[in-house]
Design a protein around this ligand. Structure first.
Ligand code: GDP
Length: 315
């Protein structure tokens, strides 16, 4: 669906409007699974009476109206482009929407503070437009400087991913979808006899060296064996793998490598915060707690591979 971002200065009625739109959308579309998918994202049906008529006439089993995703983007304040408030993070949310709905305060109410001291909708519009202009200028500058570096690398025959870029620069060139920016995994396809100890194969050794120079991933697999495994009944697969000296199909490795290459980490939500290995070794949450293996982490905690977590809100 299309995404529309609701923006505006604080206290102009964004949340009030967002909640009303979502609630109203839910009520109007009782038959449809419209929902608030995140606290600040709501999908609503585009009301269209013709759809109901058609649906009746053709006795449709399922009627799917067009939909719009409304995103309540709080936090835009004067100076956002300079990092005030949620700053750039918030501006990058606006970058991802298809259209901007700016709420401007045209109501007087002495009980509700206006950030600039008085109700002046046109000045509010100017303030926000200027923040967006500054942000676009930064973005454009970031793109220009990133492109210069990338072009130099490409001219030297080096992949774009070899260039070191700031987060802003990376973001600014993402839309180019450069082929050499994508992380790479080499899959060394070996004979089944080499599967147990692929490092002995000198071809694999060569690939290992190059992959490491190119900061790329490498896994070894026997595509032949993988194909044969699919032909075997599940109970014979383990036996077959064992006879080749390995305890797992290469597919698992490939999937995990692909996943971790993207910088993704697996965490499990179950009970409180504890590392997977500690949890399994301890055998139960109570035992893990007794051994002092549980941890509490703040919102800035960087999730580690294999963490088992319970999310606590408002504590
Ligand atoms: P946001 O910060 O832009 O999301 O603004 P909110 O939706 O939280 O609204 C801020 C305050 O203004 C709340 O107390 C609302 O109840 C109030 N408010 C919202 N719309 C109106 C309105 O049209 N008239 C009046 N008088 N108050 C409003």
């Amino acid at each position: 669906s299309v995404r529309a971002g609701i923006v505006g200065l604080p206290n102009v009625g964004k949340s009030t409007l967002f909640n009303a739109v979502v609630e109203n959308g839910k009520a109007q579309a009782a038959n449809f699974p419209f929902c608030t998918i995140e606290p600040n994202v709501g999908i609503v049906a585009v009301p269209d009476k013709r759809l109901n008529v058609l649906s009746e006439l053709s006795k449709s089993q399922r009627t799917v109206p067009a939909s719009i995703e409304f995103v309540d983007i709080a936090g835009l304040v004067k100076g956002a482009s300079q990092g005030e408030g949620l700053g750039n993070k918030f501006l990058s949310h606006i970058r991802e929407v298809d259209s901007i709905i700016q709420v401007v305060r045209c109501f007087e109410d002495n009980d509700i503070v206006h950030v600039s001291g008085k109700v002046d909708p046109n000045s509010d519009i100017d303030v926000i437009n200027l923040e967006l202009v500054f942000s676009d200028l930064d973005q454009e500058e970031a793109e220009k400087s990133a492109l210069e570096k990338i072009q130099q690398a490409l001219m030297d025959g080096k992949p774009a991913r070899s260039v070191s870029l700031t987060d802003l620069q990376k973001d600014a060139v993402k839309h180019l979808c450069l082929l050499t920016m994508k992380p790479v995994i080499y899959v060394a396809n070996v004979a089944e006899s080499d599967l147990a100890e692929p490092g002995i194969n000198h071809h694999v050794k060569d690939v290992m060296t190059l992959a490491s120079e190119l900061q790329s991933g490498l896994i070894t697999i026997s595509a032949q064996v993988e194909a044969e495994l699919t032909e075997l009944p599940p109970e014979e697969r383990i036996e077959y793998l064992k006879s080749l000296g390995v305890d797992e199909s290469g597919l698992g490795n490939l999937i995990r490598a692909t996943y971790s290459l993207l910088g993704l980490r697996t965490y499990f939500t179950s009970g409180e915060k504890v590392a997977y290995d500690d949890f399994v070794t301890a055998g139960s949450l109570a035992a893990a707690r007794e051994k002092g293996l549980l941890r509490s982490e703040g919102k800035d905690y960087v999730v580690q591979e294999g963490d088992v977590m319970l999310f606590r809100f408002n504590v």
